[in-house]
Every structure is written in C-alpha cells, then in structure tokens.
Design a protein around this ligand. Structure first.
Ligand code: PGA
Length: 251
C-alpha cells in the first residue's frame, strides 16, 4: 500500500517566531492517528528547530525545500544533503518549479541532486509539472515524461522506491487556479503508467504521487478522492495551521 502524504511547502515565508508558532500548532493537533504522513518543509534556517519541535511526533517528518548536489566543500551559501540528514531531516523537495525557473535548475542538475540526496539517506520529493503554454498546446504528458526520464528514470529500483513524486502544474501554483480533479487524476494516472513502464506495475502502485497547485481546504477532498492522487504538496494553505490540518483531514 502506498503512503498517503500531505506536505507543507512554506517557501520563503515566516519569521522565526511565526515558524515556531505554526510548527507547534500543527505538532499539537496532529499525529500518527491521521490517515497519512504529515511533512513540513520550512526555510532551511528553521529546519533544526522544527525537527526538535516534532521529534516525539511519529506522524510528522521534516523536509528541506532544496538540497545541494555536493557533499561538502567550497560552495558558499549551499547546504548539502549530508548536513540535512545530520540534523534529522528525512525528506528533501527537489525540482520545485520555482527552483527550476528562478535558479535555473535543469533536469541534469536535478538528476544529480536526487542521486546525492538518496546517497545521504534523504527521501526526495521530486516535483514535475508543465507551464500554461504547454498545457494549452496539449503536450503536457510528454513534457512531464521528459522531466521524469531525464532526472529519475535511471535510478535503481531500490533508489526509486524511496521517492515521492509531486505533480504541480505551474499554472496552478500560487495562482488560485486549481487543476480540476479530472485534470489531476488524468496526469497522475499517466505518471503512474510511465513508472510502470520503467519499473513495473508493483512499483507504480507503491509510488506516492502528490498533487500541488492551489490546493486548499475547499478543494482537497475532491482532489484526494481521485484514485491516483495520494495527497498534496501545499504552498500557501500550509502557512495557516487550521487550513493545513483541514487539508490533511480531507482523505
Ligand atoms: P500553492 O503552492 O499551494 O501556494 O499553489 C504549491 C507549491 O508550490 O508547492
């Protein structure tokens, strides 16, 4: 049975005090009795604090929003997957569309990042998704297929089994426009078929595929009820404890 997951991607939001308040509010209200795993991905500066706040809560894991492609050395400003693992971070979001767009992260770079994160013992949450013009041209399936084959389809089955996939159509991120549940389901089904082709039906069936893009309490139930949608990667709505908790209770 594949894992259900709701992950909150805080992006570059919250002061330290706000981060502590939010993490504590979530930590106090949710735990192992939820239907899925809960992940919070705060800015890197707050990771250790969140690991400490949630350390006795088996229902919550902490993720980084990024991780570098080298283990250590003269890379000013970067944080290695080994460093993340050493403070108790378990997941790393890799390939978010904002990293691809604003930091020029190519499929090739992301392939290395995924490999290095796995070597350090992290579970990558690998993001994919098409921009609006690609969706309008109706070539989104090919576009996402290329992202996956370029970055993650060369992994060994053992490594691939540690991945979580997040499908995030760029036109739906932070825009208030959500993919319809049919659009999400269609693409998730396609992604699962792509995985099946490379790694077999069992692997495909066991891979968690999250939807991301303006997911909120009002639409989470409908999205999560789709056969191939195993949860969400939540941006804006993960910044309010009540909204985030309402979403993770939408299964
Ligand atoms: P959003 O962001 O929920 O604010 O649209 C999702 C994401 O980028 O992970």
């Amino acid at each position: 049975m594949r894992k259900k997951i709701v992950a909150g991607n805080w992006k570059m939001n919250n002061t330290f005090d706000e981060a502590i308040d939010l993490a504590k509010a979530v930590n106090e209200q949710v735990g192992v009795d939820e239907k899925g795993l809960i992940i919070m991905a705060p800015p890197a500066l707050y990771l250790k604090t969140l690991v400490d706040i949630t350390k006795d809560n088996e229902g919550i894991e902490i993720a980084s929003q990024n991780s570098y492609l080298k283990e250590k050395g003269a890379y000013t400003g970067e944080i290695s997957p080994e460093m993340l693992a050493s403070i108790g971070v378990k997941y790393a979001i890799i390939g978010h569309s904002e990293r691809r767009e604003y930091f020029n992260e190519s499929d090739e770079v992301l392939k290395i990042k995924v490999t290095k994160a796995l070597e350090a013992g992290l579970n990558p949450i690998f993001c994919c998704g098409e921009p609006l013009n690609v969706r309008e041209a109706d070539t989104h399936v090919d576009y996402v297929k290329k992202q996956l084959s370029n970055s993650i389809f060369d992994l060994s089955p053992e490594d691939f089994s540690k991945l979580v996939i997040a499908y995030e159509p760029i036109w739906a991120i932070g825009t208030g426009v959500t993919a319809s549940s049919d659009q999400a389901q269609d693409m998730h089904k396609e992604i699962r078929a792509m995985i099946a082709k490379v790694y077999g039906a069992e692997m495909a069936d066991n891979t968690t595929i999250l939807y991301g893009g303006s997911c909120k309490p009002e639409n989470a139930k409908e999205l999560f009820s789709q056969a191939d949608v195993d949860g969400g990667l939540i941006g804006g709505a993960s910044l309010k404890a009540d909204d985030f908790i309402a979403i993770l209770r939408s299964y």
